[in-house]
Design a protein around this ligand. Structure first.
Ligand code: MN
Length: 255
């Protein structure tokens, strides 16, 4: 049977949110499709790795901690809550075995309420990624040379066509773009992804990346709640659906 390959990245500050995200994902998956989890490890302590594996242990998914060569990202721009780990998603096609053709990247600041199998099963066709629109950023299109008719996506949920990404050498192009356009980039990894992939992404239903500060007026039931911006529930803020974070944290034994 096909395996769902989930990739995420965290430093110690995000160990607990990551554990909550993975716990909710596994708990709410109803299909029989196995899940394999890859955690890009940005100097996580032994205790934090243990915390993560213990929280999801009941679901018996395989978990792998992966190191990456972070030096290629060390000179790149960071900004507030957007730390250098934001770039680590660019390494996914390099660090996963070359026989793996598809991966689902998820941020740590999320709660997964739907069956992730339904997200996984989207056919990417010739698109390089599948993602959800991030509305309200059209004023940035000019800087990023994105045509007015295009849409901008949020990079917190990325269904990645690894085969196409590798064929097109996307990582190399992204790093090149960032170095050339340093002053135009505001959202560190998301801007370059949109600049280069604006016509190569599959638009996925907003329920799969419900950005709490963008979609609050839409009457949709989120399949993935994404706690965007610096206003994180675990830092005392109360965005929409913040209770969901604490509900799953408690269930996972993380409080
Ligand atoms: Mn995020």
């Amino acid at each position: 049977m096909e395996t769902i390959h989930i990739v995420t990245a965290a430093n110690n500050k995000y160990a607990e949110p990551l554990a909550v995200m993975l716990y909710s994902l596994l708990k709410n998956k109803t299909s029989d499709m196995p899940v394999k989890i890859y955690i890009i490890d940005s100097r996580l302590t032994f205790q934090n790795k243990r915390k993560i594996t213990k929280a999801i242990q009941p679901y018996k998914s395989e978990v792998k901690f992966l190191k990456i060569d972070s030096s290629r990202y060390s000179q790149l721009k960071t900004s507030g809550h957007l730390t250098k780990e934001t770039y680590y998603r660019f390494s996914i096609p390099d660090i996963l075995d070359k026989t793996i053709q598809k991966a689902l990247y998820l941020d740590c600041d999320m709660v997964v309420k739907g069956d992730v199998t339904d997200l996984w099963n989207h056919d990417l066709g010739n698109n390089i990624v599948g993602a959800v629109e991030n509305p309200g950023l059209t004023h940035r299109f000019k800087d990023l040379s994105i045509p007015e008719t295009s849409k901008y996506f949020n990079a917190g949920v990325l269904l990645i066509n690894l085969k196409k990404w590798r064929e097109k050498n996307m990582t190399k192009h992204l790093l090149h773009y960032i170095k050339k356009n340093h002053s135009k980039i505001k959202l560190c990894s998301q801007d370059p992804l949109n600049a280069l992939l604006h016509n190569k992404w599959l638009k996925i239903d907003p329920a799969w990346n419900y950005q709490v500060f963008r979609y609050s007026d839409l009457k949709i039931e989120p399949s993935i709640i994404h706690f965007t911006t610096y206003k994180k529930p675990w830092e005392g803020y109360k965005p929409n659906f913040f209770e969901e974070y604490f509900k799953y944290a408690e269930e996972a034994g993380l409080n």
